[in-house]
Ligand binder design. Structure first.
Ligand code: G6P
Length: 498
């Protein structure tokens, strides 16, 4: 990969960092890689630039390391890349309000249209308090650390790249103290239509939009989210801004903010290597042993936005309509536990298990279980299953991108068919080659399972090939490089304006 196109160092800022520390049974500190696609993608940035990564201390051991280095950064090696890692240590109660009351569920649910507005959410003292004494405090703590890093570098002017919905108000706090800073923020989840934000009281929704507009560039995965954001600026703080839709720019307080789409992807070469690794091959034998003639697969974080229950209901309908497939097919669901401290997630987990029990009791036999659910975090097993599926179900209600569709599409060995929700970011790129479904339409999902199973071999192979080519053509390097090109252009524009 090319080096950064500019001299400046990068400061990455995200809630979850690349590495977390824990203590092994022997009492020794050991590192665990931060989960999720975001960390993987950002490690790609680390491969090409000198970076310092600022992230929340997730464990007591992270906090311990932070104290050991006097609150500063520590050098760590990850996948052969050296990077500086600096933890933001928050009081656990403050962090709980930030993460478990405001970021997840309140903001996450708004951005994925998950609230059933006739009954939830209730915004009471608890939520107002969690906004002031949780979300805002953690954002301020992040801003303090970012400012500290900027102060330490003086005229070197590093580029600050912030990530995601945890840090919406951080940029305005940095901008106040460092008007000259170069701030870039990537929102990795959908940006919904502007009225969705009216769930939040005015001062909160406005602080979110103002915070984002303190950046020089605000980035999303798709053009749809870009449009929604531009409209939100006009609708929610119209008196303060001028929105230029043609140039995709918002003018605020004499500054121009670029709003751009960069569809995130995966490191294809790395992923293909991983697919051939011994640990994946071993898991593949496990998958081969459990599969029958056909394997329907879903791999998801256990999140309400992933639409897991409706996927099972559609499979139930499929078995009703096509009993000839009974005994010959397994729906394997590999679900990683997530956000267990948020009550909505716990209720959802119970709902999933209830639905599976009903369907397995209805259709299953003593030697055949139609749905096989594994609630665990076993990445190697997921990769092995990616290679083996005949049908991949990605029916998310809304999803910023959905990297599962890309990862699995790249390495599948069966010319498997992708069933993809039209409300995923990935649909903008892969929509032509998948069986496209509306996530609420159970009929279409059930029919898509059937169509995938009876599809002609040549057609399956053509579609699978197109998915592979599309993913390879826009892989993670392209995602990073196109952002670097824009950052450089925006820096030049800023320099010329002063
Ligand atoms: C998903 C989203 C990311 C987000 C992450 C947070 O992966 O796509 O945009 O940052 O969730 O997950 P966490 O496990 O840290 O709550």
């Amino acid at each position: 990969m090319e080096r950064c196109p500019f001299e400046n160092e990068l400061i990455l800022v995200s809630n979850r960092g690349p590495i977390s520390y824990t203590r092994g049974e022997d009492g020794e500190l050991k590192t665990v890689r931060g989960g999720g696609g975001l960390v993987t993608a950002l490690l790609g940035v680390a491969a090409s630039c000198e970076i310092t990564w600022i992230a929340s201390a997730m464990t007591p051991e992270d906090a311990e390391i932070s104290i050991r280095v006097g609150g500063g950064s520590t050098k760590v090696t990850h996948d052969e890349h050296r990077l500086g890692l600096r933890f933001v240590v928050s009081d656990p109660e403050v962090y709980n309000k930030f993460y478990n009351i405001i970021a997840n569920p309140l903001i996450w649910f708004i951005q994925h249209y998950l609230w059933d507005l006739s009954v939830v959410p209730d915004i009471r003292h608890n939520e107002f308090e969690a906004w002031e004494n949780g979300y805002q405090v953690v954002n301020r703590e992040f801003a303090d650390v970012v400012c500290d890093e900027l102060d330490a570098r003086g005229n070197e002017r590093p580029v600050v790249m912030l990530h995601d919905y945890h840090l919406y108000t951080c940029p305005s706090l940095v901008r106040e103290r460092h008007p000259e800073a170069f701030l870039h923020q990537f929102v990795h989840i959908p940006w919904p239509q502007s009225d969705s934000w009216r769930v939040l009281p005015r001062h909160i929704r406005q602080a979110i939009v103002r915070g984002l507009l303190a950046n020089d560039i605000v980035a999303f995965h798709t053009q749809r989210y870009v449009r929604n954001f531009l409209v939100s600026c006009e609708e929610l703080i119209g008196a303060e801004v001028e929105v230029d839709f043609a140039r995709s720019v918002v003018i605020v307080a004499g500054r121009e903010v670029w709003v751009r789409a960069y569809p995130i992807s995966i490191d294809c070469a790395d992923f293909e290597r991983l697919a051939e690794s011994e640990s994946v091959l071993e898991e593949e034998r496990y998958i081969e042993a459990l599969r029958r003639e056909y394997l329907v697969l879903r791999v998801d974080r256990m999140d309400l936005s992933k639409n897991i229950v409706r996927g099972f209901k559609a499979f139930d309908m499929f078995l009703d309509d096509h009993p000839e497939f009974k005994q010959r097919i397994t729906f394997l669901a590999l679900l990683q536990p997530s956000r267990g401290d948020v009550k909505e997630y716990n209720t959802y987990r119970q709902q999933i298990m209830r639905e599976v029990e009903v369907i397995n009791t209805k259709h299953g036999t003593t030697n055949w279980m139609p749905i096989d659910v594994r609630m665990q975090d076993n990445f190697m097993r997921s990769v092995a299953a990616y290679k083996q599926f005949d049908v991949l179900m990605v029916n998310a209600i809304y999803d910023g991108m959905n990297l599962i569709a890309k990862e699995a599409g790249l390495i599948n060995r069966h010319d498997g068919v992708l069933i993809l929700s039209e409300n995923t970011g990935a649909h903008e790129e892969l929509g032509e080659y998948c069986l496209s479904v509306n996530p609420f339409d159970l009929e279409s999902q059930s029919e898509a399972i059937y169509q995938a199973l009876i599809m002609e071999k040549d057609e399956k192979s053509r579609r699978a090939g197109m998915i592979r080519d599309t993913v390879k053509h826009n892989d993670i390097q392209k995602w990073i490089e196109t952002q670097f090109v824009d950052i450089k252009a925006k820096m030049t524009e800023k320099a010329e304006a002063t």
